[in-house]
Design a protein. Sequence first.
Length: 255
Amino acid sequence: MISLKPEQARGLAGYFPGVADTALLSALQGHMGAVMADDPEDIGLIVARCGDYLYFGGDPGHPEAEAAVRQAPAEGYLVSLEPRWQEKFKAVWGPRLEAQRRHIIKRDMSGLDRERLAALSAQLPEGFCLKRVDEGMARALYEMPWAHEYVNQFAGARDFVERGFGFAVMDGDEIACVGTTFSLYDAGMEMGIATNPLYRRRGLATAAAARTVMEAMDRGWELNWDAANEISLRLAKKMGFEKIGEYDVYIVHCV
């Protein structure tokens, strides 16, 4: 497999039919991740990677397809909406593979109410506060099992604060919840939201998400919200977003 340059990969979204997750665009447009193909001049197999997400296109019967599928990291995600690729995932990983239903959110911020978002961002329990993520906080997020997935598409903490942004709900010096730029693409960002398991069910994600959405609006960025579960979907709707579809990704478990 050969690594493609952004100028080679930009026009190749058609190899991934139906995929709405903008982390794919992050790789194809050269913002983060990588794109590999068997032959840049005559593509039979193509794999785009952004963080722990691998997107597959081309022929699942290609001689190198199985090896490409086996590149998935433990607890990583395999993505294709094509049934033949999904069957390939299952054939390679067997019982270690789990399907996860995701919800597609309409990328339209024109109807969002900024005043309402501001009110939501201010609704924090007593003793908690909301802070912009600085380089030191970003460095700490990389070391947190519940949070590192939401920053590790960037080259490091400095890259995160220079190109992206985040807002953390703080309990003293402890990061309890964070909203981040999960990934970047030409038009904007993909939303990331994570809460320390010790602080869940306190409404912290609402405040962090609202402030993150407001920042994207202020920057004139498009925001994609790829809701991984019903909790994330409800939170997106609370912000004012609309669900327009759903799809499955496949998680490769350690055991």
